[in-house]
Design a protein around this ligand. Structure first.
Ligand code: NAD
Ligand code: MG
Length: 402
């Protein structure tokens, strides 16, 4: 089937909910997490933050919890546990820590929607737990679908758990598909800004340092996705994310460079008609859409003005220069555990680049070698995905002597 999102939408659609929707913000201290809390703060009648989780930033987690008063917080790294407990337990907030705490919090009945904004593979298990707990998910964590998209979507469909995309491209596609449930998609067109090195060639990229790569022209994001945007791996991950979210054959997914980031993505239907979703680049818009879905709610965000910006450009991506995009596309067509291996190798490569252990172009080399090394599994189980992830990480790390 080529119709829209395959998970069900919210069945009830009250115009004015009687109770605010209780949001569990997983990854609350990150770029998406903090913007989510801004949206919640600006709409106190609609939303309340009921669970917050952070990896290690105890100071910010404490500040957020004092402001939002969730019933539960998680600080994954046990180093921060004592400080967080001392600050928050007197306020009646439960404080969890350690490796299993994220899944425990995701299994808590006291929330209505998970905003999944942990970065990387670490977001997979809590998201699976939310599906088991039958909680709708607003999904920012694209790596969850890159690693195990078939299993995640299958479980979501079986459990009738809606997955509402937060990634701006996928939110755009999701919005274009509203009202199109029975219409066939010919293709989707994912737009990409091109990142800070748009138009550059390998002789330039070979000397790029992290300080350059961390400057994104249009979006202000966490470090990992900013590097992924500079290498175009982000767009590759998004192709795989789209494949599972919208249940599409890989051949129906196209990428186009659009430097202004005004069109956030497009859907072409079988009559050739193309729908686009547009606006200024601001992640708060897809976050707010996912939190309030199926409603739209007013805001004071700046508006796009056709009188001021008259040019929108488009061109094909340069995959000979930005080979990570080609590798991700190859992994998508190959299927099986290939995207999980690609993702794990990429996480290690970005980690190495951010610590000046690896050059910009060496990241591609590391991913390619890891994909060639880890044995292919055509129909992986969830355990196979976890094992492939571990194996790919170990091999990629060994290439840097980590
Ligand atoms: P970030 O690095 O700013 O924040 C990551 C969050 O995850 C933090 O709260 C951190 O504490 C937590 N975290 C990190 N490692 C963890 C671990 N091992 N266990 C538990 N928690 C951990 O990242 P971000 O930019 O907010 O991105 C979050 C996710 O959203 C990513 O998957 C990214 O691809 C996606 N996304 C981000 C943007 C954006 O504009 N930032 C846009 C689209 C999609
Ligand atoms: Mg995106």
């Amino acid at each position: 089937m080529q119709t829209g999102s395959s998970t069900p939408a919210f069945s009830e659609a009250p115009k004015e909910p009687l109770q605010p929707r209780r949001i569990a913000v997983f990854g609350s201290t990150g770029s998406i997490g903090t913007q989510t809390l801004d949206v919640i703060r600006d709409n106190p009648n609609l939303f309340v933050a009921s669970i917050l989780t952070a990896h290690s930033n105890a100071k910010l987690l404490i500040e957020q919890a004092i402001l939002h008063r969730p019933h539960t917080v998680v600080i994954v790294e046990e180093q921060g546990y004592a400080d967080v407990r001392e600050a928050l337990q007197p306020l009646g907030i439960a404080v969890l820590s350690g490796a299993a705490a994220l899944e425990e919090a995701a299994g808590h009945p006291g929330y209505d929607l998970m905003l999944a904004a942990i970065v990387g593979f670490a977001g997979l298990k809590p998201t699976l737990q939310a599906i088991t707990t039958r909680r709708p998910i607003a999904l920012a964590n694209k790596e969850t679908l890159v690693v195990a998209g078939d299993i995640v979507m299958q479980r979501a469909v079986e459990g009738r758990v809606p997955i509402i995309p937060v990634d701006s491209e996928h939110s755009a596609i999701f919005q274009c598909l509203v009202g199109e449930t029975y219409n066939r998609i010919e293709k989707i067109i994912l737009t990409a800004s091109g990142g800070p090195f748009f138009g550059k060639k390998p002789n330039f990229l070979v000397n790029v340092r992290k300080e350059h790569a961390l400057q994104h022209p249009n979006w202000n994001m966490g470090a990992k996705i900013t590097i992924d945007s500079a290498t175009l791996m982000n767009k590759g991950l998004e192709m795989i994310e789209a494949r599972w979210l919208f249940n599409l054959e890989p051949s129906r997914i196209q990428v186009v460079i659009h430097p202004q980031s005004i069109i956030h993505s497009m859907v072409q239907f079988e009559d050739g008609s193309i729908k686009a979703q547009m606006g200024l680049p601001d992640m708060k818009l897809p976050i707010q859409y996912a939190l309030a879905y199926p409603q739209r709610i007013p805001n004071r965000f700046p508006r796009f003005d056709f009188k001021r910006s008259s040019t929108l450009n488009f061109e094909p991506p340069d995959i000979r220069t930005f080979q990570n995009l080609a590798l991700a596309s190859e992994a998508m067509f190959k299927g099986g555990n290939a995207p999980a291996v690609l993702n794990a190798a990429n996480e290690i490569a970005v980690f190495g680049f951010l610590r000046n252990r690896l050059g910009f172009l060496d990241m591609t080399d590391m991913i390619e070698r890891t994909m060639a090394h880890v044995p292919y599994i055509e129909q992986p189980t969830l355990d196979d995905y976890f094992e492939s992830d571990g194996e790919a990480r170990n091999f990629a790390a060994s290439l840097m002597n980590m």
